[in-house]
Design a binder for this molecule. Sequence first.
Ligand code: Z15
Length: 838
Amino acid sequence: MQTNVANQTSNITVEDDRTGLSIETLKRAFADNLFYIQGKLAILANFTDYYMALSYTTRDRLLQRWLQTLKVYHEQDIKTVYYLSAEFLMGRHLGNSLINLDLYESIEQAVKESGLDLTEVLEQEPDPGLGNGGLGRLAACFLDSLATLEIPAMGYGIRYEFGIFNQSIQHGWQVEIPDKWLKCGNPWEVVRYESTVQVKFGGHTEVYNDDRGRPHTRWIPSFTVEGIPHDTPVPGYQTNTVNTLRLWKAEAGEDFNFQAFNSGDYDGAVATKIKSETISKVLYPNDNTPQGRQLRLEQQFFFVSCSLQDIIRRHLKKYGRLDNLADHAAVQLNDTHPAISIAEMMRLLVDDHHMFWDEAWRITQSTFAYTNHTLMPEALEKWGVPLFESLLPRHLEIIYEINHRFLQDVQTWFPDDDELLLRLSIIEEGGGKKVRMANLATVGSHAVNGVAALHTELLKQDVLKDFYKLWPEKFNNKTNGVTPRRWVLLANPTFSELITEKIGGTWLKHLDELRKLETFIDDKDFRDRWRQVKQANKQKLADYIMAHNCVEVDVNSIFDIQVKRIHEYKRQHLDLLHIIGLYLRIKQNPNIKMTPRTFVFGGKAAPGYFMAKLIIKAINAVADVVNRDPDVHGRIKVVFLANFSASLGQLIYPAADLSEQISTAGKEASGTGNMKFTMNGALTIGTLDGANIEIREEVGEDNFFLFGLTAAEVEKMKYEGYNPRDYYESNEELRNVLDRLAMGYFSPGEKDLFKPLVDSLLHHDEYMLLADYQAYSDCQAKVSEAYKDVEHWTTMSILNVARSGKFSSDRTIKEYCDEIWKVKPVKVELEPYDPARA
Ligand code: Z15
């Protein structure tokens, strides 16, 4: 690789001002970091070296703001938001940091003058995949918005050594490959050894008297591990605020260092070390389908205990008392994964800090709030009491005490309703006792929210209806959002430039301003450029498809895209049934006119989810037949893009014409990919589910392709007895489609391969694909018709973007701040860097 960086080795010196922003300084810092941090001469450096050197150059410019933010938070009397989440799907840091620091153009120039292309360097960064899908990515969007809105906030989670697996497709099947994201080092983390905490597991409890003769309980664990904080800066967009994401790594406790070793038990010592480190080793790759393994509960307790101890330690250092904790800390539970927090906080306050139960309970309830993210019954976490007892004996006692007091209250409010007590109890009785984590989270929090209007309504009427009866005031809705910085500005720069040219650049912080685009709706030049941008983005995706799938696609076809985790409720197979339907129409009538389409799929299946993996295989099997069949004449193409991720999303959303949001109504809590597509000018084909409903409300029903049963209709049909076979028998095309799949038409040599898929649809069809098939197919015909009218499609696309302002996570976060957390912005003023004073 021949670059100009080499020419600068002659005058390298350590930069003493690492905050400088001129092109010259940035170039120098880049060369300097290549030399001193990567330890490489420019002539021998590879792209990873360039990426690392550029990351350190950028990180230096973040540190000044980061440390200043920490200083302000330390000195001022503030309230902080703590977002507890088992997943943070942050996406690549470098591009985002450049955007948020307003450094993108200068760095691009500096890199260019060093003979390199910035986008190529950005591609070197491993995508930190410490999350599965929507839930983890929401946490990342929230951190971006919190920093942008200048809210004191901290994310707490686990520093998994292996994130979500890399997906490769072999012979059409998903193959999982370990994600070694740390193998080249991680320039975005700072390890804070001095803030290490101890976490206990197992053992037993005992009662003792303190020196004033008062009884307390203490927990004698059988095992202790250490949590080492790894901090990553989270810069806000065009602010001085840089918040912290603190992820905990598990290591062997200190007793490992001498006790085991000194006693000569080397094997035992090593086993202890391995067991400890296993806790933060790997992310469970399940989204909406929990696995219920002991290690997963260990992970949950590990990061919760580390985080709460950290919060309490910092609070005590600053205020010297704990009775005012809730005035300075708001802790949000991202789903039930951190719900053990409720018991751990009680244990810390009552056992360790000797607080009275009632006061501890008041503080706990006013500190915590809980977000529910799913209505899927199988996704509601429950842990068997025996497991709980062996791992967390003290927490089980505390949960029993919480439950006892809670059920006593219920009995005074609603006497003689034993059924009600059974439903509300934190402990599920019969068939092996279980701890219901959603009940624990709801009882221990002052606020409970759903993530879209419909979802919150269904929570109140369905999953948590008994709790709603007790505490209607606890329940509230916070419709999800996404950050327009990553999902529009970073992902779609030319599109963003066009928007900024028309309405100025403030839309990136005030997304409602996109409405101003409506005044340009008849501007011919604007409309032409709108289409040109989309076309160029489609070309980029087409190139990627050619490079990775060896499939040539027509950039004038409708790019019809479904990217999300593979799950039966999301109905990727409904999309596929429609594709097979179109294909059969072509085979029956080779001259049939059809608006050309490119169907793109992407998404990972949980490794143990057989049906999801079979759906991936089916998509690839249909793709193989359709893409090779000369009769198709390029009218339809089918592509499965391997290894969908945040970074691949940044390529895909801007290239979409049509966004597939086709979950069974009432099953998708919100969805957030739907918002990313809309913001990038795609139209949606969707059901009345999750946030689709609100997207349609905002963009207007004429600019949204609606189909399918409503949540109420789904419930009614199930209640009245749904028979999918009726649809099979009465719908000829549907019958042909299912027959072809079942008879092995797409799986030569393995004729029964897709039988489980077809059987499940014919015999149960839990997610009502057959009931929605015709409506979906008819709606797709309308899409094809509409796409032919280029001008009208352009109008709809512009209106979708112009009216997407509600779906900024800034709006969501403002609502959380005002209505749940009661926190206010804190300004961070920058002081000039002066090493002598720092
Ligand atoms: C997950 O990604 C979601 C919910 C869950 O309970 C789990 Cl375990 C994982 C998703 C929802 O499916 C999706 O509808 C929602 O938009 C997202 O969380 C963020 O709220």
